[in-house]
Design a protein around this ligand. Structure first.
Ligand SMILES: *Cc1c(COP(=O)(O)O)cnc(C)c1O
Length: 363
């Protein structure tokens, strides 16, 4: 059997008719940027999260950097973020000239909140929480700190659409919730896409102006903005995704439950879920001291896996200028050496799940 780490085609074919109808509808409408599909998607996504206002943007990275820009965070400012994140989280900070201050993760791969306070200085302006792999961070604890120190709170929800802490959806706790709709994400477009969820109507309006060259009224430019618009076609297709989001979440949880119950191998460390949090299993990540050997072994059995992520941002070439050496963040670095994401996708068959489980148990 051949099993890929992800199968985005399965998610398409399941709702093929609806996607194709919507695509044709948009193509035939003669209107392709900033129209009714974007407007409707924004309303529907805001309602889904329960977070106030949604503004569609061109990508998750845009959501992050524009969020920090509009919150007034730039050169000389520090933003606290976990060390073991996808590099886009960090770029959202540094594109604005601000400095990322890394904190080690906890056993759930999210920021270790007990290590935030020691990193706060006069320069700290914000905390960026990443709900990594689809599990919500402990937002009660984070919020207590950002309130105490009057810091901005931004959430990177690129992997956590639908995940909750204490029953509240990620992306609605802080000043801005940043989402990606990249095709492989839990709510994925068929190209690039992103968006933000914000409570403050004024801030939502700032995003709307900024994404369209800083223009509120055609050819009247208030600020120097960007071109970061979610297009009509992607917005329309995302509306189809949203109609089915609950059943897709449910399916991922079932696959994760099965993995959790049936993978029995003392050499593997299975993921846990923190009390108060839910996980939507963007990735199902195991840890293994012999990770590279495990990856190779699975490959020989026809099972594809991915490492999220092999090089932590502080050690990447792009961030050499920050001056970190190996050993600066031992837990982050250990995770980079040991994590492996198993196949996890909507439309994964029971036979495929069984095959993966058997291979893992025989390792
Ligand atoms: C995918 C991702 C992003 C970036 O989203 P894009 O739409 O690819 O720009 C940011 N943060 C995390 C954690 C991600 O997984």
């Amino acid at each position: 059997m051949k099993i890929m780490a992800n199968r985005m085609d399965r998610g398409f074919f399941r709702y093929q008719k609806e996607f194709e109808e919507k695509a044709l509808e948009v193509l035939r409408s003669g209107w392709y940027v900033l129209g009714n599909e974007v407007k409707s998607f924004e309303e529907e996504f805001a309602a889904y999260t329960g977070g106030g206002h949604c503004v569609g943007l061109a990508s998750g990275l845009d959501a992050l950097w524009i969020a920090f820009r509009l919150l007034g965070i730039g050169p000389g400012d520090e933003v606290i973020v976990q060390g073991n994140t996808y590099i886009a989280s960090v770029m959202g900070i540094t594109i604005n000239g601000a400095t990322p201050v890394f904190v080690e993760p906890n056993e759930y791969y999210n920021i270790d909140v007990s290590k935030i306070e020691e990193k706060i200085t006069e320069r700290t302006k914000a905390v960026l929480v990443v709900h990594l792999y689809g599990q919500a961070s402990n937002m009660a604890a984070v919020k207590a700190l950002t309130d105490k120190y009057h810091l901005k709170l931004v959430e990177d929800c690129a992997q956590s659409h639908g995940a909750c802490f204490d029953g509240q959806m990620t992306g609605t706790f802080g000043d801005v919730g940043c989402f990606s709709f990249y095709p492989s994400k839990n709510i994925g477009a068929f190209g690039d896409g992103g968006g933000v969820v914000v409570k403050d109507a004024g801030l939502a309006e700032d995003f709307r102006v900024f994404r369209n060259y800083g223009s509120e009224k055609r050819y009247y430019n208030k600020v120097v903005g960007a071109n970061s618009r979610l297009d009509e076609l992607q917005a329309g297709l995302l509306r189809v995704r949203l109609r089915h989001v609950e059943e897709c979440e449910e399916e991922r949880c079932q696959i994760a439950d099965r993995y959790l119950q049936e993978i029995r191998n003392p050499r593997l460390m299975l993921p846990g879920v923190q009390e108060g949090a839910t996980a939507v299993w963007h990735q199902f990540v195991v840890r293994c001291e012999k990770r590279d050997e495990l990856k190779q072994y699975l490959e020989e059995k026809g099972i594809g896996t991915i490492i999220h992520y092999p090089i932590p941002p502080h050690l990447s070439e792009a961030y050499q200028y920050l001056g970190y050496r190996e050993g600066a963040f031992p837990i982050t670095e250990q995770y980079a050496r040991e994590v492996l994401s198993l196949p996890m996708y909507n439309g994964m068959t029971e036979e495929e799940q069984e095959y993966v489980i058997e291979a893992l148990n025989a390792f």
